[in-house]
Design a protein around this ligand. Sequence first.
Ligand SMILES: Cc1cc2nc3c(=O)[nH]c(=O)nc-3n(C[C@H](O)[C@H](O)[C@H](O)COP(=O)(O)OP(=O)(O)OC[C@H]3O[C@@H](n4cnc5c(N)ncnc54)[C@H](O)[C@@H]3O)c2cc1C
Length: 414
Amino acid sequence: MICSNPSATYDVVVIGGGPAGATAATFLQRQGHRCVVLENSTFPRYHVGESLIPHTYGTLDRLGLLPKLRSSHFPVKHSVRFVSPSGKQTDPFYFSETISGEAAQTWQVERSEFDELCLQHARDNGVEVRMQTRANSVLFDENGRATGVLAKTQGEESEEIHCRVVIDASGRATAIGSQLELKTEVAGLNKASIWGYYRGGKRRPGIDAGETTIFMIPLRGWFWYIPLPDDVVSVGVVASPEYLFAEDRDFEKAFGREVARCGPLQEMLAGATFEGRIRGLRRLAYRNRQIAGDGWVMVGDAAAFLDPIYSSGLFLAMASAELAAGCIHDALRCDDVSAEKLGAFAGPLWEGIEVIRRLIHAFYDPDFSFHKFVERFPEQRAALIDCLVGDVVEKDMSGFLGALAEMTPPPGPV
Ligand SMILES: Cc1cc2nc3c(=O)[nH]c(=O)nc-3n(C[C@H](O)[C@H](O)[C@H](O)COP(=O)(O)OP(=O)(O)OC[C@H]3O[C@@H](n4cnc5c(N)ncnc54)[C@H](O)[C@@H]3O)c2cc1C
């Protein structure tokens, strides 16, 4: 048993006000714990990662965010479709094949707006939010228990903020992972990405208008095509850095070359105009060797990021935050902030993430295709859709994984 910091002014300090941080803080504050969120930037701020998956519905519902999403201008997403390099399309995977009612749909969100909505919701639930405040480091006592953070608000002196539990929700900045050198590569997953935005790209008719379309490129790369509000579409390419940057190191040139090579995508973009600027990341995947310690927990991208292919990032960010909030609540109630108590959510979560990791590897195996998989194992189509919607945490997926292993060798352990 590790008792919490007796000189704490807050129960919980959350580093980062993205969806994971806002979610964790909202749940904890509602349970009577005093939370402060430290957010480095000013909102609204740009962020990539616009496509939600349906299984986020439960967390959005428990947060009380559904009415805001229903009345938003975010396109409604009912399905995902895969298009081969030659233009051959799978039938859309409609989420309603396995989910009934409203939960079978989700939204394509403009992140500046969605993240602000989540953070404002945290404030509305009583969370204190300090913007333009950076957590420069986490403070630890002589036994390695986190006791607070050293924070700096723009234009002010650095300040020690003491608390009983620190949540790292700093996204790819991985505040604690970097400080404690816990961050590591994910074996076998080494992709890069470049993306940008177009106005006036084509949309499909009816309920397909808000679908995510995945355009495959040869050599196991792919484009996402995500319709956003105001006739804007998010378009990004993901492939190995060796392929993507072999001819051009430059993001603009590599992106332009790949868009020009992808005929089916070109058709959707005919008449569209490029807006804003090209962005990219040369390495997407990473994880931390440990996601909880005495007095601290990591949630969302601060813990790990694998690959954007199944749009699971926001779901995992918010689901991990909700699960972690449950463990933190228990830990604070019995004043035991040990790694074991705080990290009790990690096992079931990682089992779910492992299913997604297996499917990511399958996707990048040149001998695997969803079409062939569903043809050979029609009884696994529903389980495949469960993966595409994110319904993998605390669920027995052994039959599905067994079938998958017959078509593509499982990757080595992480
Ligand atoms: C190329 C790409 C495409 C993606 N596509 C999708 C998609 O289609 N769908 C999907 O669901 N996900 C997608 N993702 C993943 C998604 O963007 C992330 O999983 C999601 O943003 C994680 O949320 P978070 O709250 O953990 O982190 P973030 O949203 O990154 O929030 C972290 C916050 O912490 C703040 N911060 C950082 N350091 C500090 C500090 N020291 N002090 C104070 N504040 C700090 C940052 O300013 C930021 O606001 C994609 C990711 C990539 C890279």
